[in-house]
Design a protein around this ligand. Sequence first.
Ligand code: SAM
Ligand code: SF4
Ligand code: SF4
Length: 325
Amino acid sequence: METFADGFGRRFRYLRVSVTEVCNFRCVYCLPNGYQKSGPRSFMTPLEIERLGRVFSARGVRKFRLTGGEPTVRRDLAEIIGRLSDLSNVDKVALTTNGWNLARNIATWADAGLTHLNVSVDSLEPAVFAKITGHDRLAAVLEGVDRALTLGLAGVKLNAVLQRDSVGTGFDRFAEYVRERPVAVRFIELMRTGDNAGFFQDQHVPGERLVTWLTARGWTPKARAGDDGPAIEYVHPDHRGRLGLIAPYAPGFCDGCNRLRVTAAGKLRLCLFGQDGVDLRDLLQNGDSAALEARIESALALKPRGHRLAEDRFGDTRNLAQLGG
Ligand code: SAM
Ligand code: SF4
Ligand code: SF4
């Protein structure tokens, strides 16, 4: 069967599945007041996620990423990982987490079939980390990362949102962190959402600031493989790990878009900065996979070419916790 594709000929082999909108952190650029429940909530069950995964994997998706909100607040996370990893043709099951309970649970998740892990760590300074996330937990998060490294997962990465305050000393610390650790730290340029206008104005810096810093210190861009995502990673002979950049404001960022998202409530979201989404929930609940496939297929024809952040348009995205960033 053919891989899902959109009207611009882009093929989709990667699906991000949000498993919850709930989060226990209060990152200043995302949920500065913490997660606020708005109305009754009902997130996809493990069985619904498996049904979703079955249809997507039959149409060429090889990699699933579980995200949120904070996916690890779900007690059935290991079951969800296991159901996706058991699907035929699936070779990667990844997780993006803030790392609060990583040290305790990573072995269980790895046993269930987790292959790749991204942990969000915006600063390696405990006080700055606490200020950004609302939780004084940096040491526990880093302990979890080190535990993951000992388990031999295929990929362990750190995500750091690029903020004006991290330029300089913040970069030095991450470079030191990857001197002996075989970890990629990827800085993500801060994106404007409905809720973060003030913070964005104060803290957004273009990705070139990092590139200038790296180049001046002898870091060079790594050759890219065909299935690489949007990150450009840099290597240095004195460092085992890598530093990288994801720059959504760079021209052409969306040209190679290879990702689709499904929200925790079961809506197919065609673009991170789009509007609403196509509701799949009824079909996930009744298990009609032929109808599910047909609905996804016809929705894909409507996928936009790219975001319009440069025009300060970010769709109805209030924050990334709402959709899974
Ligand atoms: N709670 C998990 C975490 O923080 O890793 C998963 C969900 S979170 C929305 C996914 C990623 O989006 C995190 O790395 C986070 O730092 C990033 N993020 C959230 N809001 C962002 C924004 N406005 N601009 C850039 N990255 C953002
Ligand atoms: Fe929660 Fe992740 Fe958003 Fe931070 S970035 S508030 S951890 S969802
Ligand atoms: Fe794809 Fe939209 Fe992200 Fe661009 S902003 S890479 S089109 S999901």
